[in-house]
Design a protein around this ligand. Sequence first.
Ligand SMILES: O=C[C@H](O)[C@H](O)COP(=O)(O)O
Ligand SMILES: C=C(OP(=O)(O)O)C(=O)O
Ligand SMILES: [Mn+2]
Length: 459
Amino acid sequence: MNAPSVETLTAQQTFEQLDAYRALEAKQQPTWPDAAALGYAKQELSTQPPLVFAGEVDQLRERLASAARGEAFLLQGGDCAETFEAATADKIRDRVKTLLQMAVVLTYGASMPVIKVGRMAGQFAKPRSSNEETREGVTLPAYRGDLVNGYDFTEASRTADPSRLVRGYHVSASTLNLIRAFTQGGMADLRQVNSWNQGFVSNPANQRYEALATEIDRALRFMDACGVDHTALTQTEFYVSHEALLLDYERPLARIDSRTSELYGTSGHMLWIGERTRDLDGAHVDFLSKLRNPIGVKLGPTATTDDALRLIDKLDPEREPGRLTFITRMGAEKIRDVLPGLLAGVRDAGAQPLWVTDPMHGNGITTATGFKTRRFNDVMDELLGFFEAHREVGTYPGGIHVELTGDDVTECLGGSENIDEEALATRYESVCDPRLNHMQSLELAFQVAEELKRTASAR
Ligand SMILES: O=C[C@H](O)[C@H](O)COP(=O)(O)O
Ligand SMILES: C=C(OP(=O)(O)O)C(=O)O
Ligand SMILES: [Mn+2]
């Protein structure tokens, strides 16, 4: 046999370093009953083309760097858990549409670029509070996302099936293909997106936002009249992200970039680590520390400044702007107590991560009838607490991370349509956490835009 070339050896060594995570504890991984089928799925994934390209990933890192410097704002959103069944053209279009509508409003409010990142094309794996679920005396494995098992409550459906890893890759590929088509092919035309927003404000419940919508309309007409570059108005950058939870999916999609010989996760542009898997000595932090992608880390109310600084040392030792995003999810009741100290501690240590708020995950409640839900008012309260904390400390509130859909579901309580507990049953479709519906998402965007206008005029 020929000796391996220097190039192969280098690639091998790179992957050996990446594989150090295998010796560490990986929380929230499924038990795959069929080892041979898992081996086959991983092999199959490792031969598939990357879903995203290293150059795009670098571009997103640069965009996020500008947000970390206070020169852009991140809008990240989508389902709690995407499903294979709901990866239809209409549903994907409506989610992208909702994000674009929100982005127009935020761009105007912030007077700066809004970086659009979907929780899409890979958000298929869920951490759970419990390994099992019991219904009417029957106990089965918990649903861990379509990448692992099915939502139907039967033994067969809830058994972890590795062929889902491969199917998840293909569904992600077709989702991404459609997103690229929509955002490059005319659907992102700012004038059209703004006309959709006119529909939102023409609803009497939303008239308080009319002035803002009219201002945006005038600004667009002005740009049009001036002959502003057509492409800037009709096409937009759109990136995808998901929680990098399932290492059996992420590892085969880690690739060496031929331009730089560096490792990239090619399952999505931005990857984040969840609140339940961010242990410093755990497999997830180690694995992601080796990839060049922008990395997010969720920080819940128990996170200390020391935790944040040690995560920075491990994930962003060079302190490269755009590399690390902290996504705080404290809960409306705690954010004003907990966040200012964290922001000040990190700033005083000389680090400048991007700070983003997830106003959803700290505000979950379960109704007496058993629905997991969130109150729109709590979500808004945490958002306001986020802006207040940053104003207090003098740091930059760089973005929002929300669970939302373009559909008219009834999963979160309140909002201008005043969804009450009874209404939850009418259209509750999420297979995991409750999402803001189309109207609630826009309402949130208009309120955040008002907040951003205030921040911008105070600077
Ligand atoms: O999005 C995430 C959920 O909060 C997480 O999966 C936990 O949900 P559970 O408490 O219903 O298991
Ligand atoms: C599980 C999630 O969040 P967290 O890790 O913050 O609980 C999520 O974003 O769906
Ligand atoms: Mn969730």
